[in-house]
Design a protein around this ligand. Structure first.
Ligand code: PLP
Length: 288
């Protein structure tokens, strides 16, 4: 891979020259939040949505807002330009910063500034992913994450383990189950379609409030499709006509198998395909 230009605390640097302290609370405590914004046609998809959620994540963790927040759109655009990204992602992470020693208590925000890091991921042709045509397979696993999944923290060990459990089972991803119902995928929101109605878990502390979820549900309602925001079980999903996931990097991605059971006829459904088209069209139009 060619050397990227990344952003660290106000500086644009070659990736091998960027440095963060070993005392950084992101490194020691997973005391950090992040966002992933897609780039299509060298433009940012739903930057405003990601920016609003970022501010909320910071506030929920009583993390000070870094000065860089004011220029975040410009920093995103500059990284797209410097790295010549046509299609791909911008990863952003803000941690509570690096005090001069390890301590469970939060450092004084007056003397410890947040750490702000951004880098690009180049994914040419990201919107034409072959998986969107074949669909993906998921397995179900217990949801063993903490209770504030609405905050987008960098505490991703369990989702990462979930992804490995899926791989070991010959699947692409895992849907997490708590109290007999699906919360979400390891890095995406989960949906089923039954009799034309789109069903996805209601918002709460149990799931991340997906920016793609919000947009897809809005487009679905605008297109007069029926939407129900409620929990569903794996058994209900296995008996559904269709299933799919959404996230900033996969957009709308059909799910064709859950725990070895084919969904509908085992091929991507028409509702998911239509939502994917609408989402990509509308998002490209509104991209900045
Ligand atoms: N749920 C989880 C646990 C996630 O990690 C993500 C994205 O990373 C999502 C849902 C989807 O959110 P978004 O559409 O904002 O990418």
């Amino acid at each position: 891979m060619t050397m990227r230009t990344v952003y660290v605390n106000g500086d644009y640097l070659p990736e091998n020259e960027a440095k963060v302290s070993i005392f950084d609370r992101g490194f020691l405590m997973a005391d950090g939040v992040y966002e992933v914004t897609s780039v299509l046609g060298a433009k940012l998809i739903d930057f405003d949505g990601h920016f609003a959620r970022l501010q909320r994540s910071l506030d929920e963790l009583e993390m000070p807002h870094p000065a860089a927040l004011d220029s975040l759109l410009e920093v995103h655009r500059e990284l797209v330009r410097l790295n010549e990204i046509e299609d791909g992602m911008i990863y952003l992470q803000i941690t509570r910063g690096a005090p001069d020693d390890r301590d469970f208590a939060f450092p004084d925000p007056g003397t410890t500034a947040p750490t702000v890091v951004l880098f690009t991921q180049n994914k040419p042709g990201m919107a034409d992913s072959p998986a969107a045509k074949t669909g993906i397979k998921v397995i179900s696993i217990a949801d063993q994450r903490w209770g504030r999944r609405d905050i987008k923290t960098v505490q991703l060990l369990y989702p990462s383990m979930g992804k490995m459990m899926a791989k070991a089972a010959g699947a692409d991803d895992a849907w997490m189950v708590e109290d007999g119902v699906v919360t979400e995928g390891t890095s995406n929101n989960a949906y089923i379609v039954k009799g034309g109605t789109i069903i996805t878990r209601h918002l709460g502390n149990e799931i991340l409030h997906g920016i793609t979820r919000a947009a897809v549900l809005r487009f679905a309602r605008e297109a007069q499709m029926k939407v129900e925001e409620r929990a569903f079980s794996i058994a209900e999903a296995q008996g559904a006509d269709e299933a799919f996931i959404t996230s900033a990097s996969t957009f709308v991605m059909p799910v064709v198998e859950i725990d070895g059971t084919k969904i509908g006829s085992g091929v991507p459904g028409t509702v998911a395909a239509r939502l994917r088209d609408i989402y990509l069209d509308e998002s490209r139009k509104a991209a900045q």
